[in-house]
Write a protein that binds this ligand. Structure first.
Ligand SMILES: [Zn+2]
Length: 436
C-alpha cells in the first residue's frame, strides 16, 4: 500500500528550498509524488498516512567509504600512525579473522549506520560475502567488494582467488536491487601494477567502479615515489587507471596538478575527514577539488580509525576544517556539505536515482526529530542537520520504500544480538593481541 509521509519540513535537495508542511508519497520502492500534505492527501486518499510530527525528512546519507566489519576493532589501537596501526595491530589480528566476525561486525555497523540516517554505504573488506549476507538481511543498500592485496588474504588466500571471487560476486549480484559489486584493490602500496591492471580490467568488463585508498599520507606518497618514480595519482595515470570508473578514498596529499588531473579524468573522491585527522594524515583539499569540478562525497572510513559511523559528525568536521584552515567561514557551507553526504555520494556511485527526494527517485529517506534541547529552536534545516544534529537523533529510516528503522526501533533484525555477538568476538580479539 502507498504511504504518505508527513513531516514539518522536507528537504528535497540542497538546491531546492525546503518544503514546509510537505509530504512524500511512496509507492513500492519509489517516490511517486511530492508536495503539500493536504493536496497529496486529496490526490491519494487510499494511502496510509505516516506522520513524523515535528521533524525533518531528508534523503538518506551515502557513506562513500568504510570497512563496516571493523566495528570489532573499534578502540583496539588508537593514537598511532597509519602504517604502525596497520602493520603492528590491524594486519596481524586480521590474519586470524573469521567469517562470523565479519558478519556480526557488519551487522553491528549497519545498525549504527541506519541510526545515523545512512541508507547506502561503500564497503571494502575481507570475507565480503559475509557483508553481503548482512546487507541482504538488514535491508540497507550497499556498493561493496572484496579487498584485494598482493600478499595472501585470510579471506581468499592467493590474489588469483580474490580476483576469481570478485568475478563470481559480479556475476551473482548483477541484478540485485540493493547491492552493487565493485572492484577494490586496497592501495598502490599493497597492490603491484599488475594487480591494479587486472582489477581495473575486471571493473571495466563488468562496467562497475574501481575503489582504492589513494594519497592518504605523506609516507605513502614518498613510498610510491621511491618505488615507481611517480606520486600515487600519476602512478595510476601511467597505468591508465584514472577515469570516471575510479573512486578514491582520502586524496589528502594532492598537488594542484593532481587536482586538475582528477577533474580532467572524472575521478571521484570519498573524503573521510575524521579518519584523516585521527591518523594524523592531514586535510584533503576539498574546496579546491569541488571548485575544479571533482565529485566529492563523504565517508567515515572504518570504525577502527574514526571511531564511529556517523555522517553528521563527518559533515560538521568537513565544513569546520575547510573554514578553519582557510580563515574563511564562508567556505563549504551547510548546504554544500549536505550535498556531499547525499547527492554527490550517490552520483559518485553511479546511483542517479538516489540522494534526493523527487518523483521517480528511490525512496531512501531518513527522519530527524526536532524534540531535543540541542535541536531547539528551528530556523534552518540545513544548519540544524549539519551543525547541531547527530546520529542518535534519527528516528526513522526507509530504504527502497521499506521501513528499516521506525520510531527508534530497527525492524529488520535483532540489533541487541549483534551487540552481544561483537562483545563475545572482542574477547577473542583481546586474547589474540595479548599473545602478540
Ligand atoms: Zn579505508
Amino acid at each position: 500500500m502507498a504511504k504518505l509521509l508527513k513531516a514539518r519540513v522536507v528537504i528535497t535537495s540542497p538546491n531546492n528550498p525546503p518544503l514546509s508542511g510537505g509530504a512524500v508519497l511512496v509507492e513500492g520502492e519509489r517516490i511517486e509524488a511530492l508536495g503539500a500534505f493536504e493536496e497529496l492527501k486529496q490526490r491519494f486518499p487510499e494511502a496510509e498516512i505516516v506522520d513524523f510530527g515535528e521533524s525533518i525528512l531528508f534523503p538518506g546519507f551515502v557513506n562513500l567509504h568504510t570497512h563496516a566489519s571493523m566495528t570489532i576493532f573499534r578502540g583496539l589501537a588508537d593514537d598511532l600512525p597509519l602504517m604502525t596501526w596497520l602493520e603492528n595491530y590491524i594486519f596481524p589480528v586480521e590474519q586470524h579473522l573469521r567469517r562470523e566476525w565479519v558478519y556480526w561486525g557488519a551487522k553491528l555497523a549497519i545498525a549504527e549506520m541506519l541510526r545515523s540516517g545512512i541508507t547506502t554505504f561503500v564497503d571494502m573488506y575481507l570475507f565480503e560475502p559475509e557483508v553481503i549476507r548482512a546487507v541482504e538481511e538488514t535491508g540497507v543498500r550497499a556498493a561493496l567488494g572484496e579487498g584485494l592485496f598482493d600478499f595472501p588474504s585470510p579471506g581468499y588466500g592467493p590474489l588469483e582467488k580474490g580476483l576469481a571471487l570478485t568475478r563470481e560476486l559480479l556475476e551473482s549480484y548483477a541484478t540485485h536491487p540493493r547491492l552493487k559489486i565493485i572492484v577494490c584493490p586496497h592501495a598502490t602500496y599493497t597492490c603491484s601494477p599488475e594487480t591494479l591492471k587486472k582489477a581495473a580490467a575486471l571493473a571495466e568488463e563488468f562496467n562497475t567502479l574501481l575503489h582504492i585508498h589513494l594519497s592518504e599520507t605523506r609516507d605513502e606518497v614518498a613510498l610510491i615515489k621511491a618505488r615507481y618514480g611517480e606520486t600515487p595519482p600519476f602512478h595510476l595515470e601511467k597505468l591508465g587507471l584514472l577515469n570516471e570508473r575510479l573512486l578514491v578514498a582520502h586524496a589528502v596529499q594532492l598537488t594542484d596538478e593532481e587536482i586538475e588531473l582528477f577533474a580532467r579524468r572524472g575521478v571521484r573522491v570519498a573524503h573521510c575527514p575524521e579518519s584523516n585527522l585521527k591518523l594524523g594524515s592531514g586535510v584533503a583539499p576539498v574546496v579546491a577539488l569541488l571548485e575544479a569540478g571533482v565529485l566529492v562525497g563523504l565517508g567515515t572510513d572504518g570504525p577502527a580509525s574514526n571511531n564511529d559511523l556517523d555522517l553528521f559528525g563527518e559533515m560538521r568536521t568537513a565544513a569546520f576544517l575547510q573554514k578553519g584552515l582557510s580563515f574563511d567561514p564562508t567556505r563549504l557551507p551547510a548546504e554544500k556539505v549536505f550535498e556531499m553526504a547525499t547527492t554527490f555520494g550517490a552520483r559518485a556511485l553511479g546511483f542517479e536515482e538516489l540522494g534526493f527526494i523527487a518523483p521517480g527517485a528511490r525512496a531512501d529517506l531518513a527522519v530527524v526529530s526536532l524534540a531535543a534541547p540541542h535541536l531547539t529552536p528551528f530556523y534552518d534545516p540545513f544548519s540544524l542537520l549539519v551543525y547541531s544534529a547527530r546520529g542518535g537523533d534519527v528516528t526513522d529510516v526507509m530504504v527502497g520504500g521499506e521501513f528499516v528503522l521506525r520510531g527508534g526501533k530497527i525492524l529488520t533484525f535483532d540489533e541487541e544480538e549483534a551487540r552481544r555477538q561483537v562483545i563475545e568476538i572482542a574477547r577473542e580479539v583481546r586474547a589474540l593481541t595479548k599473545k602478540g
